[in-house]
Design a protein around this ligand. Structure first.
Ligand code: AP5
Length: 209
């Protein structure tokens, strides 16, 4: 199944995508994770992307579209995928329409102040991309990744002012894509409040039986 996990920053796309990908045995493809890996390795793409990401702005379409197209052509994505963080504007959505069919768009929604709390409390593993929250989803040992034992960090774009810019960018540029996918009849809204497991159950309810 080819699924887009859609929604604003901090809604829980990455958290839910990992669980859904495991369940459906398809890869989790996160454009944010791919970009952060490039930033960490100081590749040409990473050096270009870093200033946009740190400011809470979108990385230019041409580079993100090329990067995602390349990833979707890899053999593990042939049987399906969970796409997280792409598309983010109409140009990306149109490019994706040309690249592949999409079966389902899961639109996570949440109160804006809850989005801010989730993002500012997030801690991530720079080694394996695992995501935690210091209050709602803490690791077993403080600031240490459960999966690989690396020291957790705060994302540079999780400072409150940047989080608010990212939410505004989402509202202005990305949220209008809801209409694009509603028009195709493949969008399902899922309320993202409550415990991670509760949200997971709501997502499972909108999957085709
Ligand atoms: P990206 O990494 O995609 O960030 P985002 O879309 O802003 O989403 P987040 O990763 O912030 O949140 P999420 O919804 O995945 O939430 P999470 O599961 O982590 O993009 C980063 C940047 O890269 C962009 O700003 C842009 O610059 C660039 N970029 C990426 N893709 C691009 C594209 N296509 N085009 C152009 N630029 C692009 O959860 C958040 C927190 O809440 C965590 O701490 C988690 O533990 C906690 N949590 C999750 N669920 C729950 C729950 N149910 N209850 C309590 N806590 C919860």
């Amino acid at each position: 199944m080819r699924i887009i996990l859609f929604g604003p920053p901090g809604a829980g796309k990455g958290t839910q995508a990992v669980k859904l990908a495991e369940r459906l045995k398809v890869p989790h493809i996160s454009t944010g994770d791919i970009l952060r890996r490039n930033v960490a390795k100081r590749t040409k793409l990473g050096q270009l992307a870093q200033k946009y990401m740190a400011a809470g702005k979108l990385v230019p379409d041409d580079v993100v579209i090329e990067m995602t197209a390349k990833r979707l052509k890899e053999p593990d994505a042939k049987q399906g995928f969970i796409l997280d963080g792409f598309p983010r504007d109409l140009q990306q959505a149109k490019a994706l329409d040309k690249l592949t069919e999409i079966d389902l768009v899961i639109n996570l929604f949440l109160d804006p102040e809850d989005l801010v709390k989730r993002s500012t409390g997030r801690r991530v593993c720079p080694n394996c991309d695992a995501v935690y929250h210091f209050l709602t989803n803490p690791p077993k040992k403080r600031d240490i990744c459960d999966n690989c034992g690396s020291a957790l960090i705060q994302r540079e774009d999780d400072k409150e002012d940047v989080v608010r810019t990212r939410i505004a960018t989402y509202d202005e540029i990305t949220a209008p894509l809801v209409a694009h996918y509603k028009g195709k009849g493949i969008l399902r809204d899922v309320y993202a409040s409550g415990h991670i497991v509760e949200v997971q159950h709501r997502i499972l309810e909108v999957l085709p039986k």
